[in-house]
Design a binder for this molecule. Structure first.
Ligand code: MYR
Length: 285
């Protein structure tokens, strides 16, 4: 039977026990405080990062994995796999997809396929875990890709940044002209459109932003659809737990988990940010 290896970048924030259980290989992105460079998860934990963000004057920056790291990873996997399927964060916010694509051209002995999640964090993780389970069942990379494309049609992610200046400073907020001045003081609901982050709706407070996101979830969950939902937080575990409990009690047919914005995504969203994502549970096996 042919073997498909599944690779993700670190921003899917899939816990290592789940990655290990499904043979998922993770390639880390980097976070920099001045001259100090850390591979997220490997060199700096999420807790350490938020602590450092509070205590360090220099604001952090981020970078994609090097082409060498992808090439090394693919070459190692090519020794035991026929196909390699790489699932990255949105190509509209990071060069990770492009770098993985360039590294793929250098690898011999396996076919490398790429899937642009057009999102990030545990919502990207839904694709990665599904792909890994399908690969375990013996599905070939091309079929897994078409399954993921179907899933993409049924996947949503909305989030709010506690301080929009981080996204603005990192150049990851599209339609920046709309954001000059007062909008930077408010908490719009954000989402991905054509791979880029754009405001979905301009609301004034974090409370209203969360209510709006819950309203959008309600539209998809109200008739009892089986959904996999994730509540994602930037160092706000209690709020994430509270939202998880609320969602679970309101929609018994949904599965809810919590996850976090790790160092790389936390650099661009800032502490206190929150997001909710969901996908069709019948497709996310
Ligand atoms: C890099 O340096 O290549 C990484 C850039 C990461 C930009 C992150 C922007 C925020 C993404 C928010 C995702 C929310 C998903 C629910």
């Amino acid at each position: 039977m042919s073997k498909t290896a599944i690779v993700t970048d670190s921003t899917s924030y899939i816990p290592s026990d789940i990655r290990n259980a499904h043979g998922i290989t993770m390639v880390p992105l980097n976070v920099m405080f001045g001259d100090e460079m850390y591979q997220e998860e490997t060199d700096i934990s999420t807790m350490e990062f938020y602590e450092k963000m509070k205590t360090t004057e220099a604001l952090p920056t981020t970078s994609q994995p090097s082409i060498g790291l992808f090439e090394e990873t693919f070459t190692r996997l090519a020794k035991t796999a026929d196909d390699i399927l790489v699932i990255t964060l949105s190509s509209g916010i990071s060069g990770t997809f492009e770098t993985a694509h360039s590294a793929a051209q250098m690898v011999e002995g396996a076919n490398v396929y790429l899937f642009d999640s057009e999102v990030s964090c545990y919502v990207q993780g839904f694709y990665v875990i599904t792909a890994a389970k399908l690969a375990e069942d013996g599905m070939k990379a091309k079929q897994i890709l078409s399954h993921l494309e179907k899933m993409k049609q049924r996947t949503r992610a909305y989030f709010m940044a506690d301080d929009l200046n981080h996204l603005h400073r990192g150049g990851r907020l599209n339609g920046a002209q709309m954001l000059v001045g007062s909008l930077l003081q408010v908490k719009p609901v954000l989402h991905f459109d054509d791979k880029k982050i754009v405001p979905y709706e301009k609301v004034r407070t974090a409370k209203k932003a969360i209510a709006k996101i819950l309203g959008l979830l309600h539209e998809d969950a109200k008739f009892g659809a089986a959904l996999d939902v994730v509540v994602i937080h930037a160092n706000r575990p209690e709020k994430a737990e509270e939202l998880k409990k609320y969602i679970k009690s309101k929609y018994p047919d949904v599965t809810v988990t919590t996850s976090h914005f790790g160092p790389v995504i936390g650099t661009h969203l800032g502490e206190g940010s929150l997001g909710i994502g969901w996908t069709d549970a019948d497709l996310a096996i």
